[in-house]
Design a protein around this ligand. Sequence first.
Ligand code: ADP
Ligand code: MG
Length: 692
Amino acid sequence: MRPERLNPLFATSAGLKGVGAGIMRPLEKLGLTRVRDLVYHLPDRFVQRRAVADLDEASVGEQIVVRLTMREYRAGGSARAPFRVHAEDAAGNVCALTYFGRNAGWARKQLPLGESRWIAGRLDQFGQTLQIVHPEHVADDGAVALGTLCEPVYPLSEGLTQGRIAALVGQALAQVPDLAEWIEPGLKARTGWPDWKPALLEAHRGEHKLARDRLAYDELLANSLALMLVRDANRARAGQPLRGDGHLRARLSLPFALTGAQRRAIAEIEGDMAQGSPMLRLLQGDVGAGKTVVALEAMLIAVEAGAQAALLAPTEILARQHHATLTRMAAGTGVTIALLTGRDKGRQRESILMGLLDGSIQICVGTHAIFQDAVAYRDLALVVIDEQHRFGVGQRLMLTQKGQNSPQGRRTPHCLAMTATPIPRTLTLAQYGEMDVSRLDEMPPGRQPIDTRVVAVERMDDVVGALERHLATGQQAYWVCPMVRENETVDLAAAEARFAQLQVRFGGDAVLVHGQLRPEVKDAAMERFAAGQARLLVATTVIEVGVDVPNATLMVIEQAERFGLAQLHQLRGRVGRGAEKSTCLLLRGEALSEVARERLALMRETQDGFRLAEEDLRLRGGGELLGTRQSGDTPFRVASLEQIAELLPLAHDDARLLVERDGGLTGERGEAARQLLYLFERDYGVQLLRGG
Ligand code: ADP
Ligand code: MG
């Protein structure tokens, strides 16, 4: 249960003064449904204003606060012309306060003729006269005006104003309790970080780096601590030591020799699986690095030891593909591999369920369906999760707990997670810090580099011509259109229009796949393409994950500048899988930002996913101080990419020390750390504590 002290922070924003249904919607959009969220809604930047005695002291373009006396109203000639108030400063300079739209009535009321007011805003020039357009603040009281000299600028959504959000944040901050310190005293002394509550208040008041760093560190520490507790709890669980005698693996007929990296990873996995505590290992390997065969070897170890293994894929398509590949590779072993997806019904499903229960099926491949309550295994000892990045740590936890089932009693299966997303080391720590990591950092030999070119979109005709010649050789191709959530309707229309256009040229050879098609339609199109019946696959980014069609050797990516490096890399990995040389054409629009230009150049230069991931982080994290916080590709909302890079290793070590010293979090600092876990909603960590 959440400590009582934190309750005010978890109260709904709807309870704040002045919050009605109308404003809740934009608040929800920003994820600000509770007091806690508002408190952590930190400003993107601050407006700095200067108080001046008169306008002679100020320069055009500057944000100022100045006292002016209202002299004259000037309504414009036409209805659309602005309303102007001519005002005078202490030195007799005239400045127009300009209001567009229907603000005249409001302006007359705020700015009575003959009276003086404090005005805050940006000084501009309009022809020969000075003006301030839509002053940010009008105040009677100098103290109020001077309070706006440093003003936060918050991330907004439609329906909110800076004033509204600032007022709500203010109310929320008034409810912040004092909490005991969870940061290690030595670190705090060394860094000079403020206490938690003062840090929160300061972070809203100005650019206080120490306060911001402290708050970011809190978030990172909470994350690391929860991961450490998961790791700790996992170690304490009873697993099933598995030793394979190699008889099945010896019968695998692979058409290639394993790479050194693959052999290392298999040895690490074999070592883990022989232990009494369950394995929790991440297999990180670029697209095409050969993770599947590593997974198969791991599963065969389990089967050799007389147990079962399951492989969980994120989509139906991938489950089918894995099933086909594994069945082919394991043909000589006599192992039975079943496919179970949500779409299997009736007799066939019944017979698979029977086989899993009586052990006649040794390996099960499927989607989430393989962990439904109705699915019981005779002795499930290994769970492999492919494309791990779609699962958060909380979900991973659930999966392994559900997997508990063996004749010897409750045992936690070994878990091998696989991800094809090469992420930088710091982010690996943030997302998979509870796991041991094996990296496939060596590609199978004989891969031809993919010829990557950047082509201006004006050369579309040439591109389509090249595509036609390519298809005429009997090879296949992908055509990728961008699709982002904020722009979904437009993007979808563009993709459909492109498909229609290509279909005129290529007829039934072309198929379209995108996220809004029904799964059956999508799968049917994918299957036609995989079988070689369709030769051009036009798609939004749904092909990103794991599809394997070696005969597809050309990829065209439209509006490539709109994709991140990591995503481009993932996409490009769909080609270059066969013996033929592959090409990737990155179509770019006319106006490119500096960063976009650099990204495309990098794509041309290297195919090393880990390098691209590090560069991606650098390009996004570099220039801007904030603003990447809500991009959603880190599990953090407070910490920026730079803060993650700088502070995460520290938080990780600190979390480990704390758990080693006080695994139950019962000491004084441990208690404080529990509150931290609740504060950042990593309370699955606390639940593990209670479970003992
Ligand atoms: P991913 O890591 O993306 O899942 P896959 O397991 O699908 O990669 O492997 C990509 C391709 O490389 C497959 O066709 C696979 O058979 C092949 N492959 C895997 N390991 C090797 C190897 N050591 N030598 C040559 N080819 C390999
Ligand atoms: Mg794969």
